[in-house]
Ligand binder design. Structure first.
Ligand code: ZN
Ligand code: ZN
Length: 167
């Protein structure tokens, strides 16, 4: 799926989310841009200037069968643009609960990969994995850090076992 198609889908979700918030009398401030991102977040709301926000939504949510999850994240981020809701404080929580109750979403402060139905490795772009030879614990990294280059210089943080590179 092309980035353009993902962006079009996101625009559609934004319009639908806006309708939902208006129906519930929730006043968002100005959203300058809502864009597709590859960053390792589901969504991000950035304050550009007082009352003006940019939002990013992870491209993994903009595939065909993830509509409900995408809408949940879009609504989550749009709620951050309401006055007094930039953090996950009581007002943000109250509005999130209001949307959840009326539209059967499950907007929360944080959501795991499991709950989104997305493989953690896809989300985090895991390129390197070390496995503890003692307890089997896996250390996953995106970048080739010191521990990936020289695993023999380190021990497992849980059991002090030896680490072996398996990816
Ligand atoms: Zn948030
Ligand atoms: Zn271990």
């Amino acid at each position: 799926m092309t980035t353009k198609a993902k962006q079009e889908r996101l625009d559609k979700y934004q319009r639908r989310a806006q309708e939902i918030l208006e129906t519930l009398n929730i006043q968002t401030q100005i959203i300058g841009q809502m864009k597709v991102t590859k960053n390792q977040v589901w969504g991000k709301c950035h304050r550009v200037a007082p009352g003006l926000y940019d939002i990013q939504i992870n491209e993994l949510l903009l595939v065909k069968d993830k509509g409900h999850e995408a809408m949940t994240t879009v609504l989550h981020e749009m709620l951050h643009t309401v006055k007094g809701c930039f953090n996950h404080g009581p007002k943000w929580k109250e509005l999130a609960d209001l949307v959840n109750k009326n539209y059967h979403y499950n907007i929360k402060r944080t959501t795991s990969c499991d709950e989104k139905g997305i493989k953690e490795d896809d989300f985090r772009k895991v390129r390197y994995i070390l496995e503890c030879q003692g307890c089997g614990y896996k250390i996953k990294r995106t970048k080739k850090s010191k521990i990936i280059k020289n695993p023999e210089h380190y021990l497992c943080g849980k059991c002090r076992g030896k680490l072996k590179r398996i990816k």
